[in-house]
Design a protein around this ligand. Structure first.
Ligand code: AMP
Length: 176
């Protein structure tokens, strides 16, 4: 198990029976663990031509903001419905445990901007695919997607790769 994976706590049956919740708050509060997480992402992307990091609310904000700062580029929030003050575009998406709606400002980025999309975890891929659809609707190109945790058995990372996007993750866990 990687050092990063060891710092992630697993909470069984949250938020529903049968879900193994991979809780990154234990990784974030560990100074070396948090720094190492961002450093690994910086090493991965520092030579890529990326215009913005887009993070998915809420854990994607913590990672994405730190990464954008370290890369010296801007950060774009992909938020839950009703939170952004300007004109927005919405997208419904399916979750491992339910469904939800995310939004982006319609003027969030310039047409053709290259985007690195980040979230803490990829499971079924519904959230990330919803965010990719949103970014593409406002004219962005999702050249990279990054996650701290991949749950490969849920198939999300494969769905994203099959759609032609690159996927990078720092660790993976078996099962749900
Ligand atoms: P999905 O859309 O199925 O790929 O789910 C990914 C989103 O749901 C991410 O924003 C995760 O934070 C959250 N999520 C889904 N499954 C889990 C899990 N087992 N542990 C922690 N977070 C999860």
């Amino acid at each position: 198990m990687s050092d990063i994976a060891k710092l992630i706590r697993t909470i069984p049956n949250y938020p529903k029976e049968g879900i193994m919740f991979r809780d990154i708050t234990t990784l974030l509060k560990d100074p070396k663990g948090f720094q190492e997480t961002i450093n690994l992402l910086v090493t991965q992307y520092k030579n890529h031509k990326i215009d913005y990091v887009a993070g998915i609310e809420a854990r994607g904000f913590i990672l994405g903001a730190a990464l954008a700062y370290a890369l010296g580029i801007g950060f774009i929030p992909v938020r839950k419905k009703g939170k952004l003050p300007g004109k927005t575009i919405s997208q419904n998406y399916d979750l491992e445990y339910g469904s939800d709606t995310i939004e982006i400002h319609e003027d969030a980025l310039e047409k053709g901007a290259k985007i690195l999309l980040i979230d803490d975890l990829i499971a079924t891929g519904g959230t990330a695919l919803g965010a990719i659809a949103l970014i593409e609707k406002v004219g962005g190109i999702v050249t990279e997607t990054a996650f701290v945790v991949d749950l490969p058995e849920l198939g999300g990372s494969k769905k994203i790769t099959d759609k032609g996007h690159k996927v990078f993750s720092l660790c993976s866990f078996a099962g749900h």
